[in-house]
Design a protein around this ligand. Structure first.
Ligand SMILES: Nc1ncnc2c1ncn2[C@@H]1O[C@H](COP(=O)(O)OP(=O)(O)OP(=O)(O)O)[C@@H](O)[C@H]1O
Length: 521
């Protein structure tokens, strides 16, 4: 790359309005060839809107975009855009029922009456190998994990000729090993001149991968700076518009806990986890830490009734819960925050208030009548407590940014005042400041006499917990009381720890009827 080479993308003066909302107000972005450029900002700052302008999906009301010095393709010329730029979204843009090979050549299958599938597969195999992607071209997309699917999407973009790839929160559903592999691939591609725009709410990833960062705040560009020279406090201050302050992370203090609110005994799901014994007490936040493949998500889903266990019992406040049934889990008082807000989330055309209260309609008014005033009041409280950026409780959730939609999912789980809250990676997709607010709310749930189980591999999520169980290959391998060191917990999540019963708090050992909370050897 030379200083005179035109920018991979240059955008300036971009304005985009959605009704009363100004989503972009003079946004600008310049990405050099072979650069990894971070685009960061709070939920609703305008990142996704800018991406949809840069990929030809949204026509801006004003502004100018050039790629490699040339004007952007016309609107309505998808092939032109595909040759120029691609975005790997959290939500797959591939067709799940088709094979990898078919997806790679979608829209440009060779003409003629007989399609030679053998030749197509061979070409797909060569193409993937050329980009160092070890995925079987005959596999269906739905059989791939998130990491493989992202690699296929990157290979597809490059094969179209794109030299600029936008990655929208690509690490949100990867574990530490998956992130390492992704970053390794991105570095190798940069060495070949490919430029990246990288969107992430994990600022340490920005520091690890990117040369330059652009911050959007309230639809405007407020900072573009080289990453290595920028102190983290200043980056956060640019995002929030507040003076740099010490982190306000909620910290667990010494607490007394009450009777068990959730108990799982001998819970097992073949090929996933168990048998598992677990107790969450009133006033307690328990962490279940494990990498993506550890089985922790399946444990959360089983507690929420989404999966039927092969063995074991679940009880809430001493009463047995019928397993494998979401309505029974809900009725028993198990509140659930799913990991995937796209799949298990919201009714897009309905308002923030309605979505936040969907499961409590029966509690909001007598004899089944929903009282809008109460719905609105609850929604207003949630908008304030969880810092949801919206024009008001009546706004359809489809008009909310992704992170703000995630907060509505959380509001809904809280609406029922659950006896125990089971939250899977609750801060996924949520901005730095909102993470603190949200974890503070989980803490309040416990302080109010309920219990909470946080299923996550995010150290920040786990830090609010009173104790953490590390899970590896479906089994609890270590117990950590408060005050654990990052290194030890990360090692345990990676399977580098034996059980450490001695480290469990004394009260805990006495409380556990079997004396063996965890998984049977
Ligand atoms: N289709 C739409 N209709 C109405 N408003 C919208 C629409 N899409 C986005 N907005 C609004 O535009 C603003 C910017 O949203 P955008 O999705 O770009 O934010 P973001 O920075 O990507 O946030 P997040 O980190 O939560 O994904 C928000 O206030 C959002 O509510």
């Amino acid at each position: 790359m030379t200083a005179h080479e035109p920018a991979a993308v240059h955008a300036e003066g971009i304005v985009k309005r959605y009704g009363p909302t100004l989503a972009l107000d003079g946004a600008r972005l310049t990405v050099r060839p072979a650069e990894a450029h971070a685009l960061v900002g709070r939920n609703g700052a305008g990142k996704s809107t800018l991406v949809s302008v840069l990929t030809g999906l949204t026509r801006p009301d004003a502004g100018r975009v050039t790629f490699a010095g040339r004007p952007a393709p016309r609107f309505g010329d998808p092939a032109g855009w595909q040759r120029t730029v691609a975005c790997v979204h959290q939500k797959s843009m591939t067709v799940p029922e088709l094979t990898v090979a078919e997806n790679l050549f979608l829209g440009r299958l060779p003409g003629g009456r007989t399609l030679r599938w053998g030749a197509l597969r061979a070409r797909a195999g060569e193409l993937l190998a050329g980009y160092g992607v070890a995925v079987d071209p005959t596999a269906r997309i739905r059989e791939l994990d998130v990491e493989q699917r992202q690699f296929v999407e990157i290979a597809r973009a490059l094969s179209h000729g794109a030299r600029l790839i936008i990655l929208d929160e690509p690490t949100a559903r990867l574990d530490a090993a998956g992130i390492d592999r992704l970053f390794g691939k991105l570095r190798a591609l940069r060495a070949q001149g490919v430029a990246f725009v990288f969107i992430s709410h994990h600022l340490q990833e920005v520091y690890e991968l990117c040369d330059t960062v652009t911050v959007l705040r309230d639809a405007r560009p407020v900072l573009t700076a080289p990453v290595p020279d920028l102190p983290r406090d200043e980056l956060v201050a640019a995002m929030t518009g507040e003076a740099a302050t010490a982190a306000r992370r909620p910290r667990p203090a010494g607490r007394t806990t009450g009777a068990p609110v959730l108990r799982a005994e001998g819970l097992a799901l073949h090929g996933r986890f168990g048998p598992l014994d677990l107790t969450v007490r009133a006033g307690e936040v328990v962490g279940l830490a494990g990498a993506t493949a550890s089985g922790t998500t399946a444990i959360g889903e089983t507690l929420a009734g989404l999966r039927a266990p092969d063995a074991g019992r679940i009880s809430v406040r001493g009463r047995p819960v019928r397993t494998g049934s979401v309505p029974h889990a809900l009725a028993a008082g198990i509140g659930y925050i799913p990991e995937d807000r796209h799949r298990e989330g919201l009714v897009p055309g309905r308002s923030v208030a309605e979505n936040a209260t969907l499961t409590v309609a029966d509690q909001l008014g007598p004899l089944g009548t929903v009282l809008p005033a109460r719905t609105r009041a609850f929604a207003r409280r949630m908008i304030s407590d969880l810092d949801i950026r919206t024009t008001g409780p009546g706004q359809p959730v489809s008009g909310l940014s992704g992170g703000n939609q995630q907060k509505v999912v959380i509001a809904r789980a809280l609406a029922r005042r659950p006896a125990v809250l089971v939250a899977v990676r609750p801060t996924n997709g949520v901005d730095v400041r909102s993470k603190e607010a949200l974890l503070g709310v989980v803490r309040q749930v416990a302080d109010g006499g309920s219990g909470a189980l946080i299923v996550s591999d995010e150290l920040d999520d786990l830090r609010v917990c009173d104790r953490v169980l590390a899970v590896f290959h479906g089994r609890v391998t270590a117990h950590f009381p408060r005050g654990w060191r990052d290194h030890d917990l990360v090692a345990a999540m990676e399977g580098l720890a034996g059980d450490r019963p001695d480290e469990r708090p004394a009260g805990d050992r006495g409380d556990d009827p079997h004396g063996t909370e965890g998984t049977a050897p």
